[in-house]
Design a protein around this ligand. Structure first.
Ligand SMILES: C[S@@+](CC[C@H](N)C(=O)[O-])C[C@H]1O[C@@H](n2cnc3c(N)ncnc32)[C@H](O)[C@@H]1O
Length: 461
């Protein structure tokens, strides 16, 4: 096990390589090319400990670190950092990095992915001790199967895990808690989260999460071995990156719409991020099973609290008291899109509770993003450069939402310079068979809040 190359040199070399190449980004074949969004084998270490299906790839982060000519000593931020791609890649390249993430499961995953201090051999020894204890207990067939509380059961997707794998998982979690040293326990828990979604559960991701068909349900699963396999991969990666443990990197469990107080003023040189899009994707659903099993959410009230901390990008997390829409109440295009969605809903006779919220979700989304971009200004250094990866959408009754253009427009209203909107790739829409653009909105912050008031709301931002 282990790699004999002195790895810190490897990564430092790769940062200078990034700097040596011209600061343009060439994506020769980005029309409908799925490989552009995939994790490359050379980048796999640490990133693959746990990822969202739709996480953006580390090579995209490398592209913008190079384009922005960021160097060691510079600070990069991902305010919607998900499972930590930007922050992990920044750390790998020796840049001090910070993330913000509101979903506790994603925050936990990203935070563990930044802790490269455990000794790989000790981590494996710890895992083997836990594994022996768990297997002994699991083999004692006399005990009744462990289950989740009724409240927790209610918030996971029905049949997302079969009773026997669930029992084994809960036994294993107990043994991690009992036998693992504090220095190892979070890594062992994250390895279990990864094994749950990839090998133990009945979930499938395509890219939305769902439960497999009845004939594919796993009545049993080799829970402990699947988990051990993930721990072994982690240990191998740790032996590669261990010399970089000192590079500062942290993820805050916070709301990107309320950044003030979380980050120091004028501390950020570059932002590379992919916020949610207005596309009905519920990030709490994607992570639901492992969030419940690892104890991050246990009932409906906790789930609601989590949803309230997120940008409203789907109607499952729109609540009566929400008012982020005030920040775009005077944005003509956004108001027109919302009106078109509502008129189309009425014409089509779509009357479900969620359909009635479509137009509202769109306004709340852009209002929330406006609030985020407004707060962000005070933590940026003058001259800071920003890259927001977002996709055009037709999720609401096929009304086109040009997310990148609208965000660029809001940003300009807040005093950012809209430098460019680059095409990252296109994705084939399954409903309209149309290639939808996924773009990178490039902004620059001059350091000066404009003297004229923010134009898209009566409220000052
Ligand atoms: C598109 S994903 C980011 C994926 C990320 N680039 C990665 O590689 O894993 C958007 C993330 O934003 C998070 N998010 C949504 N609203 C947020 C908020 N108000 N503050 C912080 N994070 C938020 C979601 O939980 C989700 O993890």
């Amino acid at each position: 096990m282990g790699i004999s190359v002195p790895v810190s040199k490897h990564y430092i070399a790769s940062l200078s390589l990034l700097k040596a190449t011209p600061n343009t980004i060439e994506r020769p074949n980005n029309l409908g090319n799925p490989a552009l969004n995939q994790l490359r084998e050379a980048d796999r270490a640490v990133h693959s400990w746990y990822r969202f299906v739709l996480s953006f790839p580390p090579h995209l982060v490398q592209d913008y670190i190079r384009k922005f000519q960021l160097d060691r000593g510079d600070h990069i931020l991902d305010p919607f950092c998900g499972t930590g791609t930007t922050v992990v890649e920044g750390k790998k390249l020796g840049l001090s990095s910070v993330g913000i993430e509101a979903n506790p499961m994603a925050w936990f995953a990203g935070s563990v992915k930044l802790d490269w201090t455990p000794d790989p051999t000790e981590l494996l020894n710890s895992a083997h001790q836990v594994s022996d204890a768990a297997k002994t207990l699991i083999e004692k067939k006399t005990q009744t199967l462990r289950t989740l509380s009724e409240e927790s059961q209610k918030i996971i997707l029905t049949h997302s895990i079969s009773p026997l794998p669930l029992h084994k998982t809960l036994v294993l979690l107990d043994q991690i808690q009992r036998y693992a040293k504090p220095a190892h326990s979070q890594h062992l828990r994250l390895a279990l989260a990864k094994a749950i979604v990839t090998s133990i559960s009945n979930l499938r991701f395509g890219p939305e999460v769902s439960v497999v068909s009845v004939d594919k349900v796993k009545e049993d699963a080799p829970v402990v071995d699947a988990w051990l396999k993930e721990v072994c991969l982690m240990a191998e990666d740790l032996s590669q990156v261990q010399t970089l443990t000192e590079v500062p990197a942290v993820i805050h469990h916070a709301d990107a719409r309320h950044i003030l107080g979380v980050l120091a003023p004028k501390s950020v040189d570059g932002v590379i991020t992919s916020p949610p899009y207005p596309n009905e994707k519920d990030y709490t659903r994607t992570t639901r099973l492992e969030s419940v099993l690892l104890g991050f959410i246990q009932n409906k009230a906790e789930l609601r609290l989590l949803k309230e901390g997120l940008i409203r990008s789907n109607t499952r997390n729109v609540f009566k008291a929400d008012n982020d829409d005030i920040w775009v109440s005077k944005h003509t295009d956004i108001q027109q899109i919302a009106k078109a969605i509502e008129e189309r809903r009425i014409t089509l006779g779509k009357n479900s509770g969620f359909e009635r919220l479509y137009h509202r979700a769109v306004k709340l989304y852009f209002g929330g993003m406006a609030k985020h971009l407004a707060d962000l200004r005070s933590v940026l250094r003058p001259g800071a450069q920003l890259a927001y990866v977002v996709g055009d959408q037709r999720s609401y009754l096929q009304v086109m939402i040009r997310t990148g253009q609208l965000l660029g427009d809001i940003a300009e209203g807040l005093g950012y310079e809209l430098v460019d909107i680059e095409l990252f790739r296109t994705r084939l829409s399954t409903t309209t068979q149309e290639q939808m653009r996924e773009e990178v909105v490039l902004l620059r912050w001059s350091g000066k809040v404009p003297s004229k008031p923010y134009p898209f709301s009566d409220e000052p931002l």
